[in-house]
Design a protein around this ligand. Structure first.
Ligand code: SF4
Length: 336
């Protein structure tokens, strides 16, 4: 299927999410635009503090207000701007059309209710089925995510599940209503390395069996992106710096930040290095972002204009976007 034949499921346009802290404004997400197509796994990657999680919470309309607020922009899901919906309308969308898996399932699961109760309640809230039907569906979903003896384990409380099992239960919950979009925010970060690959594989497998949801995968781990995603957006300083198909990004990263991230990865196929490269400096504070390119203080090829002028995100080649003065597309660039 060509790029233009694909249907857009989610369209973010110039999203700005700000936090008011001690009389100042922190621009956590500052003009973010990207699309997610149907049946696509889209990665959002970046260091801590780059704005990835605030972007996902904004899509779910879960930004705590105060101190946070969605200042402006559009979040179009199946053509409808979610920012126009009432709180009650948005509750129907959450879980039913858009689900979320959080980094630490213990914070998302309620410790005083059984896994079964929490699964059934979600199913009954959205589908209005009987208790017995919800119980059957909950059992089926736990079975699908590989929990042995699922009907009995529905009676367990979250603390009786291991970390990996809790994340499996979260995947069961998130996919039980066959949502169109699954947002997975660092879904394997809190798990052992041996469990991480299992959970990612499971998420993709269960998603196929339950209706082929598109996935927005938030991660700081480029290896996870390489294994899992179709396209990826690289975020830094509350802005998208590069968008690309995953293969192209790994082959020829355009943005100096992406190049830095990739060269800091161990590459067993390349010449052995005694030390891995690092990106010098730290992510700028969202309380005091520099006026020009947000990466200027750490960029090895920065020019004087970089500190002064903010570059735009431009389409360099079809489907590849980059925010850098020195990657110009030779006249073919198109701003979002
Ligand atoms: Fe580096 Fe300048 Fe490009 Fe920013 S705009 S990434 S500072 S070259």
């Amino acid at each position: 299927m060509s790029r233009d034949d694909r249907q857009k499921l989610l369209e973010l346009r110039d999203l700005r999410t700000y936090f008011d802290v001690e009389g100042r404004t922190a621009k956590a997400v500052d003009g973010v635009s990207f699309d997610i197509y149907t049946n696509e796994v889209f990665g959002l990657v970046g260091e801590s503090g780059s704005g990835k999680s605030v972007t996902s919470l904004s899509i779910m309309r879960l930004i705590p207000n105060p101190p946070g607020r969605i200042e402006s922009g559009e979040i179009r899901f199946r053509g409808q701007n979610l920012l126009d919906l009432s709180f009650a309308e948005m509750r129907k969308i959450r879980g039913n059309d858009i689900s979320m898996i959080f980094q630490e399932p213990m914070t998302a699961l309620n410790p005083v209710f059984t896994i079964g109760y929490q699964l059934r309640e979600g199913i009954r809230y959205h589908s209005k089925c009987s208790k017995a039907e919800a119980e059957d569906r909950a059992t089926e979903m736990l079975d699908l995510v590989g929990i042995p003896d699922p009907r009995r384990r529905l009676k367990d409380y979250p603390h009786q599940f291991s970390g990996g099992m809790r994340q499996r239960a979260m995947i069961a919950m998130a996919l039980s209503m066959e949502p169109g979009l699954l947002i997975a925010d660092e879904p394997t970060t809190a798990l052992d390395v041996t469990i991480q690959a299992q959970i990612l594989e499971l998420m993709l497998k269960v998603r196929e069996k339950t209706g082929d949801a598109s996935i927005l995968l938030i991660t700081h781990d480029l290896a996870v992106v390489a294994e899992t995603c179709d396209r990826v957006a690289v975020m830094y300083g509350g802005k998208i710096q590069e968008i690309s198909e995953v293969k192209a990004l790994f082959k020829t990263p355009l943005h100096p930040y992406t190049q830095g991230l990739l060269s800091s990865l161990p590459r067993p196929d390349k010449q052995k290095k005694t030390r891995l490269d690092t990106i010098p400096g730290i992510v700028p504070s969202i309380m005091s972002m520099p006026p020009g390119c947000k990466f200027a203080a750490r960029c090895p090829i920065a020019e004087p204009r970089c500190e002064r002028d903010e570059p735009e995100l431009r389409e360099i080649t079809p489907g590849r976007f980059c925010r850098c003065h020195l990657v110009d597309g030779k006249g073919g660039g198109r701003a979002w």
